[in-house]
Design a protein around this ligand. Structure first.
Ligand code: MOS
Length: 698
């Protein structure tokens, strides 16, 4: 472990589990192999809507080593789930193509796979509807949008203000469905012991999996233990338990032996969530000097028949820019499609693509530099809530980014710069992400040898959570990180909030600070020496977080891109990406940089590559692997730089930190699309920026 001088918060500590990971000793969910282990291979629906008429298991169960074939007709009954996605094998209904309809359990994965292929499922198929259209007759207004915002907001008279505006931008932008593809696909090993259930699961929140799975099986939460010390990414797809973990537990219960279920990369395209496609209309009204008078942002999106997931696409538009007249709306249609869910910056990422593209269009319409346009529309307080911002670093990020990127003197004329036959352009876009914090519990213990153990059911999904909690504990205990052991990733530890919403460090860090403070106080009272059997203190941050004063709390950023577009092929290369962020205090510059650069890389991937294509005839996303669902690789990612400005915000948490896991992806796609326009004069309003979208009009 690298140690640096105190304080450790703010220092680039190496990952405390780095050696374990690079030497292969860190155990992931799939690597647990209890005695008597069996393997489960699911069978997925091949119709998008209908009913299972019959399942013929005969050909499957006669294979050697096959223990069971489970479907609705013989599955253990579960208590109904709040999220009907979890009612696995509890009905004959098929809600989407790819839904689990059966599972085969066998002594070997190969045997289970072969049996699953031989299992015959007969369906009564019904006509399906899988096409998102803004004018779909079943569009409705959801009661709330994720995680708990009103669907619509309005101030003033935006229609009148648009009618009166000297300059109007009125454009529609679309973003495709995108699928989460963390390095480690979802996996569960389920192990029953009487009424006790242990799940080795790849999850962003062990406490949440316990609390969700236990009632399905009629158990108190304490009967379920979820173990998840290392997780190979999630991006939101492992944020809430989905059907695979329930299927594993159900299969293990049915056969009375431990069961291992690994979701394949192909299966992930149906059962582990995806980013909803969006259709977004943005209307901006402005004076000739670029001051906004009206902002209207309407979003249309989809969910499945069995679960309403309404993404918060237009919520960032509520707080980004000043304008007296404003409206944001969300409309949702339930289709015969898999259930969308969280994917890194759900809402903010697609929403800010539309808003920040429209701002670029407005800058051109007004003849104003796009950075200056944003600065002119900087609000004094949150324009919708009226609350003061706890801190707002957007202008500082834009200015610092402009300096580092070399923005000064940029010729705004599109389509005029050529080098080696390529068209060159630069673009900018703003970024933002809300600051969330949720209650968590933690314990801190002084061991008899004077070292410390901190326990909290946090999750490190590759972010560096274990490392930053070690730094935070070390500072609070006035010791060094190598004397602190942080135990996370187990629901048997004190209950903690999710690794989601970019709120891990803020939520867990607060609990760790309070537990360590309580321990340090108690040690001081005892004159500094722990008793022979150690000393422990605990903390629960529910009251502290409920009582925090009202502020509009957000992180901000500025994204800059330089692109080269081949006018003959339409191929776009991102030559440079620079993100400058204002995210409170940076707890660990090394892991933070990885978070920012990772988010920006995912944003590049969003801009140019990622697109799940719906096949209307079969009612399914037809690209189910990396051969057809393209994500950015090393060759696509050239020069990506993340930087941040110092931000001292006393209204956040004991660390002074804002979340950094998601903001890196927000605004990146708009910056690239704006740069592509600057390079070519072609405005691509539909992601991704495919070759054909650039050639069509050139
Ligand atoms: Mo993130 S999409 O909140 O896990």
């Amino acid at each position: 472990m690298t140690t640096t001088a105190r304080p450790y918060v703010g220092s680039a500590l190496d990952r405390v589990e780095g050696l374990e990971k690079v030497t292969g000793r860190a155990g992931y969910a799939f690597e647990h192999s209890p005695d008597e282990l069996l393997y489960a291979v699911p069978v997925q629906a091949v119709v998008a809507r209908g009913e299972i008429r019959a399942v013929d298991v005969d050909a499957a169960v006669v294979l050697p080593g096959v223990i069971a074939a489970i479907w609705y007709g013989n599955a253990p009954r579960l208590a109904p789930a709040e999220n009907a996605e979890l009612d696995v094998l509890q009905s004959r209904r098929v809600a989407y193509r790819g839904q689990y309809v059966a599972v085969v359990v066998a002594e070997t994965p190969e045997g289970a796979g072969e049996a699953a292929r031989l299992l015959r499922v007969e369906y009564d198929a019904e006509p399906h509807d899988v096409e998102l259209r803004a004018d779909h007759p079943d569009m409705y207004r959801p009661d709330r949008v994720n995680p708990n915002y009103p669907p619509d907001t309005e101030r003033g008279d935006p229609d009148a203000a648009l009618a009166a505006a000297r300059i109007v931008v009125d454009e529609t932008y679309t973003t495709p469905a995108e699928h989460n593809n963390p390095m480690e696909p979802h996996a569960t090993v389920a192990l029953w012991d009487g009424d006790g259930l242990t799940l080795y699961d790849s999850t962003q929140g062990a406490s949440a999996v316990r609390d969700t799975v236990a009632p399905l099986f009629g158990l108190p939460p304490g009967n379920v233990r979820v173990v998840s010390p290392h997780v190979g990414g999630g991006f939101g797809s492992k944020g809430a338990p989905l059907s695979p973990v329930v299927l594993a537990a159900l299969a293990a219960k049915h056969v009375g032996r431990p069961v291992k279920l690994a979701v394949t990369r192909q299966q992930m395209f149906a059962v582990t969530g995806y980013r909803t496609p969006t259709i977004q209309r943005v209307r901006l009204g402005a004076d000739i000097d670029g001051r906004l008078t009206a902002i209207v942002h309407d979003a249309f999106e989809q969910s499945s028949r069995i679960r309403e997931f309404a993404e918060q696409t237009t919520t960032p538009t509520r707080m980004m820019y000043a304008a007296p007249h404003r409206r944001t709306t969300h409309r949702l249609v339930r289709l015969d499609v898999p259930t969308p869910a969280w994917m890194r910056a759900p809402g903010e990422a697609p929403g800010m693509f539309a808003l920040e593209s429209a701002m670029d269009e407005l800058a051109l319409a007004c003849g104003i530099d796009p950075i200056e346009l944003r600065i002119r529309n900087e609000p004094d307080a949150d324009p919708e809530s009226g609350l003061p911002f706890s801190s707002r670093g957007l202008v500082a990020c834009l200015r610092e980014g402009a300096r580092r990127f070399g923005w000064a003197g940029r010729d705004p004329a599109p389509g005029v710069r050529r080098r080696d036959g390529l068209l060159l352009g630069t673009g900018v876009a703003a970024s933002t992400y809300p600051v969330y914090r949720r209650p968590s519990r933690a314990t801190a213990r002084c061991e008899p040898d004077g070292t410390f153990t901190v326990r909290i059911a946090a999750a490190d999904i590759g972010t560096g959570a274990r490392t930053v909690l070690t730094q935070i504990a070390a500072d609070t205990l006035r010791t060094s990180p190598d004397r602190v052991r942080v135990e996370i990733g187990d629901s048997a530890l004190p209950t903690a909030s999710l690794a989601g919403g970019s709120m891990g460090t803020a939520s867990w860090g607060t609990a760790v600070v309070r537990a360590c403070e309580a321990l340090a106080d108690e040690l001081d009272r005892r004159g500094g020496d722990p008793p022979a059997d150690g000393l422990e203190a605990d903390a629960d941050t529910t009251e502290e977080i409920d009582a925090q004063p009202l502020f509009s709390r957000h992180a901000f950023g500025a994204q800059f891109a330089e692109v080269a577009v081949d006018p003959d092929s339409g191929e776009t290369r991102v030559l440079r990406l620079l993100g400058v962020f204002a995210a409170g205090r940076i707890v660990n510059p090394k892991t933070a940089r990885s978070q920012f650069v990772g988010g920006m890389t995912m944003g590049l991937s969003t801009a140019l590559l990622e697109e799940s294509v719906m096949d209307r005839e079969f009612g399914d996303y037809l690209n189910h692997d990396f051969a057809q669902y393209h994500i950015a690789t090393f060759a696509d990612v050239r020069d990506v730089e993340a930087a941040w400005i110092e931000e001292d915000d006393p209204h956040l948490n004991p660390m002074g930190s804002k979340g950094i896991g998601e903001i890196g992806i927000v605004g990146t796609a708009a910056a690239i699309a704006n740069a592509v326009h600057h390079a070519t004069g072609i405005r691509v309003r539909d992601l991704p920026i495919r070759l054909d979208r650039l050639l069509r009009r050139s």
